[in-house]
Design a protein around this ligand. Structure first.
Ligand code: GLC
Length: 514
């Protein structure tokens, strides 16, 4: 029942996918109404970003009740209907879990604020006295990933820890109540029929004893290195063992971790046989469009998991990073490279995660400052624009402002020129990015059946790479150089863009051959 081994997952950023009630925010019913599209696209499973009760400071990653649906997204009945319908369409449904922190509106945190220092209510979070005279300095020098200090002081003088926004207090994972509650949440959604989970900040949760200072407190926002004391502590593996033990009671359920750890050996620890089934390897997403670097990232990612018998998990895009089209240079070359890289990841062994809109070739949207909503914008003192540009709603049809996403005003403005990128425009056009993704997913599914878990590399001209998944007849060739190159022998079954008239592979292009 390891259905996920070769699966293509599709990340639905619930706020931005499809709005059924005209309030400008996507919802569960909206997703349900698009299941036909997702089936046509050919994805195996969905990852839904958090739709739980939330004040939406971090658009749902600040969870006030992890076992209920926020009214803006629907209700539990809408969720049940979505799962049932998705299964009828042959699509599995996985949901996000946010164990590192809760919302400051969670009943536990409210109780903590109303209780004195040293109380059991405060022990579910990290409350500490400050340093310096009168404890007016935070307990250590940690910064929030979103900018500003990682500590906020409460009226009685104690400080609480929040690695993200102040409205996202970190839970204390040495407290058994915190464990019991996550277990309850896992069971709650498993019992409702979900097929798996994406674990948010899966390298978080556990904190180092004594909360030592960070030697590089001014590190970049939304990023961190492996020696950062805020993340990747031994204790987190016990949390993942607990998650795995619960899931093992529910046949066919899986968990994938958001693990921002670059060292291969440290990363592999998260996907040991008694921990998470899968871990996003973000190395490829951080790699430039350069064949040598791409190959190195692939080899690194495969090695990382092979040692513990796990499957690699590829992704080029999600709601936290610049969209591939923009990251690879924007415009026509950016789109060409994004399509080429899609052929690379879809030819690899393992799991692939696509992010909604990736199949349409959406770029980052240029947003006016008034529209920015990511907490990073305010917390950085308006120096970092944050992640809104990759979160703009999906254009389904027609013209703005709502492009069929909503009959109302979309929660982030959608660019006027996106009418050329809508699903309706692309679906009939055989040369569109959407048609390209549909064909690629179809071919991948056919070829994955017989394929193994290794990769065989072929010799390739400078700036190019070529490989075959072991056991598969499908060869993938990528050209990141400035000049056309001859293709390897074989019949071309799909290319990411037109070939040269003489049949050579142009720059910024990939091809599949058999
Ligand atoms: C993860 C999510 C991100 C969120 C953060 C805090 O990195 O992907 O969107 O802001 O966790 O929950």
């Amino acid at each position: 029942m390891r259905w996920w081994r070769d699966a293509v997952f599709y990340q639905v950023y619930v706020r931005s996918f499809s709005d059924s009630d005209g309030d400008g925010v996507g919802d569960l019913e909206g997703i349900r109404s698009r299941l036909g599209y997702l089936e046509l696209l050919g994805v195996d499973a969905l990852w839904l970003t958090p739709f739980y009760r939330s004040p939406m400071t971090d658009h749902g990653y600040d969870v006030a009740d992890p076992r209920d649906v926020d009214p803006v997204f629907g209700d539990l009945a809408a969720f049940d209907a979505l799962v049932e319908d998705a299964h009828r369409h042959g699509i599995r449904v996985t949901v996000d879990l946010v164990p590192n922190h809760s919302s400051s509106e969670h009943e536990w945190f409210r109780a903590a604020l109303e209780s004195p220092a040293g109380s059991p209510e405060r022990a579910r979070y990290h409350f500490k006295p400050g340093r310096g005279p009168d404890g007016a300095e935070p307990p250590n020098n940690w910064r929030s990933v979103f900018g500003g200090p990682a500590w906020t002081r409460v009226p009685d003088g104690e400080w609480y820890l929040h690695l993200f926004a102040a409205e996202q207090p970190d839970l204390n994972w040495t407290n058994p109540e915190v464990w019991a509650d996550l277990e309850k949440t896992l069971r709650f959604w498993c019992d409702r029929g979900v097929d798996g989970f994406r674990i948010d900040v899966a390298h978080g949760m556990s904190k180092p004893d004594g909360l030592p200072d960070h030697t590089e407190p001014d590190a970049a926002l939304l990023a961190h290195s492996d020696d950062d004391p805020r993340f990747d502590h031994e204790g987190v593996h016990d949390v993942h063992r607990m998650i795995r033990a619960v899931l093992d009671h529910y046949p066919g359920r899986m968990a994938v971790g958001e693990v921002w750890v670059s060292d291969a050996d440290r990363f592999a620890r998260y996907v040991r046989p008694d921990e998470l089934h899968l871990g996003f390897n973000f190395r490829l997403l951080q790699t430039a469009f350069d064949a040598a670097e791409v190959r190195e990232a692939i080899e690194h990612s495969m090695e990382a998991v092979a040692g513990v018998g796990a499957h690699p998990t590829w992704t080029l895009s999600n709601h936290d990073v610049s969209r591939p089209v923009s990251r690879y240079g924007g415009g026509a070359p950016g789109l060409a490279r994004a399509r080429a890289m899609a052929l690379v990841v879809l030819a690899l062994p393992g799991v692939v995660y696509l992010y909604n809109g990736e199949e349409l070739g959406l770029p980052d949207a240029e947003l006016p400052e008034w529209a920015l909503q990511d907490p990073v914008w305010e917390r950085s003192g308006r120096t970092e624009r944050g992640r809104d540009a990759c979160r703009v709603p999906v254009p389904w049809e027609g013209d703005g402002p709502g492009f069929g996403f909503t009959t109302g005003e979309p929660w982030l403005p959608m660019p006027d020129d996106w009418s050329a990128l809508t699903v309706a425009t692309q679906i009939e056009d055989t040369t569109s990015t959407l048609s390209f993704f549909r064909r690629a997913l179809e071919l991948r599914a056919e070829h994955a059946v017989s394929a193994g878990s290794g990769v065989e590399w072929y010799g390739a001209p400078p700036g190019c790479l070529a490989f075959r998944r072991s056991g598969s007849t499908l060869v993938c060739a990528l050209n990141t150089s400035d000049a056309p190159v001859p293709l390897p022998p074989g019949d071309v079954v799909l290319t990411s863009g037109p070939l040269e008239d003489d049949g050579r592979l142009p720059p910024n292009t990939a091809a599949w051959l058999t």
